[in-house]
Ligand binder design. Structure first.
Ligand SMILES: Cc1cc2nc3c(=O)[nH]c(=O)nc-3n(C[C@H](O)[C@H](O)[C@H](O)COP(=O)(O)O)c2cc1C
Length: 347
């Protein structure tokens, strides 16, 4: 039904318009009594065998929603009704920002992929906090935080992450530090170990002041050379970072079916979806081997089939996240994965 009717209809619209249209629909539908219960009944699939305890939290299943779809923490409960056991909201920055000029979101249907250069458009952490207060989460909530694009000096960047972290501490269950978005000038250079430690060390120090422990994950790019990944991993293990989100979108374009002239027309941006999967798999395997399984991994990038979800878990991921696969496969996708994992996943 989704692939035959809904997706062709949505794909007639420009991707950003289709996204806004779908979210508006969700906003209206959630006012209908029992709508949420009905969606949960149709799409969620929770069985005890899928649950896993990690970071002191009980995840009903390993599959969550990746950052970028619910940028302002407006729909996390509705999205969790579609089966996600956790939802990563954001990226959120201290101040609201518009992101890059449009058009900035493109579908590559031949490749089951998306290119985006949204540029971390979001309404800021205060807006997100108000939303979370008004609609208390029914799922595990992750805040993905980043610096504002206008924060150009190291001091400003460090202060942005600290500010976002401390402001959001009481409202979410765990944090992802986004240092790998390819669409914000200078953000990826924060993965250099000296910058990374300048950002993460103060955050880890702040955490010690709180009574409750909130896990902190670092989201890295799939384009990093493995030597640099290893430096990051060694630092994370030593410093007390709780896990790695592997990874973000890629700048690479090899092996795509989409014609070259179309890619040139689209221009720069991060590629997500099917073509990213092999990179994600290699990255997850590498992290798992290098850390000997001591640093939990959230595997994200190009999961388009239940078999790939299983393969990533076997490669060492503890949890998984999906974005583009949800757009291409539709609302039943998480349920299909969970049912498959129930049959085939040996923990
Ligand atoms: C339109 C779009 C916006 C995104 N925005 C963010 C973001 O704000 N922060 C972030 O860390 N990742 C963002 N991502 C990256 C996703 O979280 C994910 O890492 C990536 O898309 C790979 O997963 P996928 O192939 O399942 O989509 C975005 C992805 C897309 C497609």
């Amino acid at each position: 039904m989704y692939k035959q009717f809904v997706r062709p209809l949505l794909f007639r619209f420009h991707p950003e318009a289709a996204h806004q249209f779908t979210m508006l629909g969700l906003k209206m539908l959630r006012r209908i009594p029992l709508f949420s219960s009905l969606v949960r009944l149709l799409y969620r699939y929770d069985t005890p065998s899928l649950g896993r305890e990690l970071f002191g939290l009980n995840f009903p299943s390993p599959v969550g929603l990746a950052a970028g779809l619910d940028k302002n923490a407006e729909f996390f409960n509705e999205l969790s009704d579609f089966g996600f056991s956790f939802v990563e909201v954001g990226s959120l920055t201290p101040k609201p920002q518009d992101g890059n000029p449009r058009p900035r979101l493109f579908r590559l249907p031949k490749d089951k992929a998306i290119i985006n250069r949204m540029g971390i458009n979001n309404k800021g952490i205060d807006y997100a906090i108000r939303n979370i207060q008004q609609d208390p989460p029914r799922c595990i909530l992750v805040a993905n935080i980043a610096k504002n694009t206008t924060s150009l000096t190291d001091e400003e960047a460090i202060s942005d992450y600290e500010h976002a972290f401390t402001r959001m501490y009481d409202f979410v269950d765990l944090f992802t530090l986004n240092v790998s978005c390819p669409n914000v000038e200078g953000l990826q250079s924060l993965q250099d170990i000296s910058f990374l430690s300048d950002i993460v060390d103060p955050i880890l120090a702040h955490r010690m002041a709180y009574d409750t422990y909130k896990p902190i994950l670092v989201k890295i790019s799939p384009d990093l050379p493995f030597e640099q990944v290893d430096e990051i991993l060694d630092y994370c293990m030593l410093s007390g970072v709780d896990g790695i989100v592997a990874g973000n979108t890629t700048r690479r374009r090899e092996g795509l079916q989409t014609p070259q002239h179309r890619l040139e027309q689209i221009g720069h941006g991060g590629l997500s979806g099917a073509p990213l999967y092999e990179k994600t798999l290699a990255l997850v395997r590498h992290i798992h081997n290098h850390t000997k399984g001591r640093l939990p991994i959230v595997g994200v990038g190009g999961i388009m089939t239940p078999g790939q979800a299983l393969e990533l878990l076997h490669a060492g991921a503890s949890l998984l996240e999906i974005y583009t696969g949800f757009i291409y496969n539709g609302p039943r996708f998480v349920r299909t994965i969970n049912k498959y994992l129930e049959k085939h996943w040996e923990k």
